[in-house]
Ligand binder design. Sequence first.
Ligand code: HEM
Length: 397
Amino acid sequence: MVHNRSTEEGFSSKSLDPAASSISTHKGVSDTMADFVPQWVAGKVWRGHDLGFLGLSKAFWPQVPDNTSSIGFSVEQHSWVRPILDKLVGAHSSRWSVAKIEQSAGEYIDRFIHSGAPFKVPDSIQAWCHIFLHQVQLGVEITDAEALEIVEIQNKVLTASIMPSWVVSNFFMPTFQQHLKFRAAMLEKYKAALPLIITWDRSDEDLMLLASVMLDSIVFAGPPAVTTMISCALGIVYSDESPCTGMELNEETIDAILWECVRLFPPVVGFAWFDGLKKSKRTILWFAEANRDPEVWSDPDTFKLRDLAEHRRLCLAWADKAVDSSNPAHNHACPAKDLSLACATGFLREWAKRQDLWQVRGRIKFLKSKPYVSGWEFRHVPARYFNIEIEGADDPE
Ligand code: HEM
């Protein structure tokens, strides 16, 4: 039986920047986002590389002027990068399939079962996302140990990225050299790998930019976002404090749990830009609030299994409206929406097949802001405990 109760409210829509214009209604976010690409193409808005509203870009991308890597690209740069992204991670990419995702996730979970190592949420999930997305985006194979190392560095970088700049300068910068070394090594690896999976006839400088986009996507986009989806879904099912206790993980529920998680616990909380080159006013579209707008959602603060068609129609979490129907190379919506959903559903399907083999260790708390659930461990229950039951059971007819 499933008990619904309201999830905690409180995702802040108040920007730290008093001059910012915060838009929180579903209609406001939707309409303003649809207007973004034409304004950006016309040069009327300015974006920096501030995924997650970070002040860290200058340190992490020292060679790129004025924080303009990746989502801060010029129209010209973005126009050649975006088709490559679509080709690698888009809905019609030949580099991934549901079967490949399930095989990768199943084998990964089995490695924990065979070794007896605890499965840690979120880090073990994030490490799998790295392993799979490195194969898809770069054709690069990384080991479990390398994936965990990336997760460790990534956690530090992501923590620093939401700190005020004085905290970053005083506490993070002294150890930052080590992260910059890691970043340089990854960029070299990606520069060597990319021409092997795409047709490449541009300059070395452009190859560096493309490798930076991939690193950016790996550090700030794909793995953290997919991990948030999967961790929240597992929290819903396993937490004693779940906003929807009694939920089971199975073929009938997985999709609806994930979509509801994206609605209430959005992996990317908003979409932002400045009104022009003077950068005097910032506009921030808050998905977290639009996803709870009572004008479009019934019981907006309640976690419940909803119609998938309703989710698909209303969900704005992948910046779905930031597109240019006349020129897809100008799109800013997430290029990997289908891939990210397939990764999360594929992982949870493989988990569900083995769910009787795990026990939760630790309290799973729901939090008011990202990462939305506190970390915990799954311990493998040895098969012999199950054999006792199986041996004692009646013979099947
Ligand atoms: C397989 C996993 C994913 C990959 C590889 C990925 C990759 C990317 C990339 C490369 C961009 C930049 C696109 C551009 O500037 O043209 C992007 C943008 C974005 N992605 Fe994803 N993403 C993933 C998962 C997700 C998930 C799960 C969400 C949220 C539910 C999400 C939400 C967004 C949003 C909102 C943007 C626009 C950000 C902005 O321009 O401010 N992504 N993603």
